[in-house]
Design a protein. Structure first.
Length: 217
């Protein structure tokens, strides 16, 4: 083997493992954040997450006779808390909870903003925010964004509705009020809750989630 061949053999041995490692890293990341598909069971449904009342709760414990609504939320995103141009979907949370209870569908909020856990989205900040806004549902702490990763959740808010068997029947946005060009309001989520509570199939079962990105570490 001459010097040139030896040089390229050395480079090959160095670069190929590095390339494979990088590809593997991207593959693992994509796998963690892969979107949950319609009809799939709720992931991590028995995992215990800390609530703002310092108890721990699982999704299976919070589901009701006709299912469970899971909302990935936070304390700071303008799409949640609102701004000068948009009321924010948080103002609908308690109404959605009441509506769900009437239809025997449970509701839970989950905070997966791990990168903001030292400040605006700490557990103490979650307690304060929930008290100020008068939340009537559980608000769970998702350490290391594990549940958000399992769901493939992208935004705050990002909603997931599961039926009585904990199979996904709707995912996406609460409604279309974010769209300034809309010709009328469409209550995607309420329509889905109403339909699934009757045991019927939801026609518009996926919409694009709108909001701030979940702040993973």
């Amino acid at each position: 083997m001459n010097k040139i061949q030896l040089k390229y053999t050395f480079l090959f041995l160095i670069l190929v493992p590095t390339f494979l490692f990088v590809c593997s890293s991207f593959s693992n990341s994509n796998k963690e954040n892969k979107a949950l598909k319609m009809g799939k069971y709720a992931p991590m449904s028995d995992a215990k997450l800390q609530d703002i009342d310092n108890t721990t709760k699982s999704l299976n414990e919070l589901k009701m006779e006709n299912g469970l609504l899971v909302v990935f939320s936070c304390n700071t995103c303008p799409f949640v808390v609102g701004n000068d141009h948009f009321a924010g979907w948080e103002v609908q949370y308690n109404d959605l909870n009441t509506f769900g209870l009437e239809k025997k569908v449970g509701m839970v909020l989950i905070n997966s903003n791990e990168a903001k856990r030292a400040n605006e989205d700490s557990h103490d900040a979650m307690k304060l925010h929930a008290t100020e806004k008068g939340y009537t549902m559980s608000y769970l702490l998702d350490i290391d964004s594990k549940m958000a990763d399992a769901f493939g959740a992208k935004t705050t808010p990002h909603v997931y509705l599961f039926d009585k068997n904990m199979k996904l029947v709707y995912a996406g946005s609460i409604d279309n009020t974010w769209d300034t060009k809309r010709t009328g309001d469409v209550t995607y989520l309420k329509n889905a809750i109403e339909t699934t509570s009757k045991g019927e199939k939801i026609k518009e079962n996926e919409t694009t989630p709108r909001g701030c990105s979940i702040k993973r570490k």
